[in-house]
Design a binder for this molecule. Structure first.
Ligand SMILES: O=C(O)CCC(=O)C(=O)O
Ligand SMILES: [Fe+2]
Length: 222
């Protein structure tokens, strides 16, 4: 079997892709449970756990390029950018490439790149409400989040809350960070936050991008 066929069909089924595109068009966001293969979640989770245990993660900041700075009062996760170093990472990224093609074919978005990082939220960490697309730089078009935590307890906290863009205090979805769950939403319009977590919480946050180089200023990839 051609690997990419197995990957795209095992990670995001054709039915899931149709549902996802419809949801993005109709409401600007999609959440599905049991979407990501659990063996793959397990491998990715182990990889992140190993890096967290060996202090191999970077403290996350806000802003890009030279505007990047740490703000523990805004976000408390530690990250590692996916670099294709493991088979599990390559599988996840190939599935996202397949999704990028589907999104471009269905929505004519001109997405040309995908960037993603592992995120480890230690107990007590959160990420305040924000938009993923930075002001003046409409480069991130669609955000994705894959969750890696098996058996997330009911009182575990750490849900991602999506808000209504037209009524920013109105919650539209609350996403439990359970392994297999996959969320995606329009980066420029959907405010969201990560509620304080009570347990170590693992996810992969990623973004489909459009090239936003303007006036000869190179738009940094991170
Ligand atoms: O991990 C999540 O649920 C979302 C994280 C997030 O909003 C981000 O990294 O921009
Ligand atoms: Fe975000």
């Amino acid at each position: 079997m051609i690997p990419s066929m197995r990957l795209s069909s095992s990670l995001l089924s054709a039915a899931t892709q149709v549902e996802l595109v419809d949801a993005l068009v109709e409401q600007g966001w999609y959440v599905g449970q049991g979407v990501i293969d659990l063996d793959l979640c397990h491998s990715l989770h182990q990889e992140l756990h190993y890096m967290a245990a060996h202090n191999a993660l970077d403290e996350a900041g806000i802003g890009r390029g030279q505007q990047h700075h740490l703000r523990k009062d805004v976000r408390g996760d530690a990250i590692h950018w996916l670099d294709r170093e493991s088979e599990a990472q390559r599988r996840y990224l190939m599935a996202m490439e397949a999704l990028q093609q589907v999104l471009n074919q269905a929505l004519f978005l001109g997405l040309f790149e995908y960037e993603a990082h592992f995120a480890h939220y230690p107990p007590g960490a959160f990420y305040q409400r924000h938009l993923d697309s930075f002001r003046g730089r409409a480069n991130r078009v669609i955000s994705t989040v894959g969750y890696l935590n098996p058996d997330w307890p009911a009182d575990g906290g750490g849900e991602m809350v999506l808000y209504n863009p037209d009524a920013p205090n109105q919650e539209t979805a609350r996403v439990i960070p359970e392994a297999g769950t996959f969320a995606c939403f329009m980066s420029e319009s959907i405010p969201h936050e990560v509620l304080p977590t009570r347990h170590a919480r693992a996810s992969i946050a990623g973004w489909f991008r459009r090239n936003a180089s303007l006036g000869g200023i190179l738009d940094p990839a991170r």
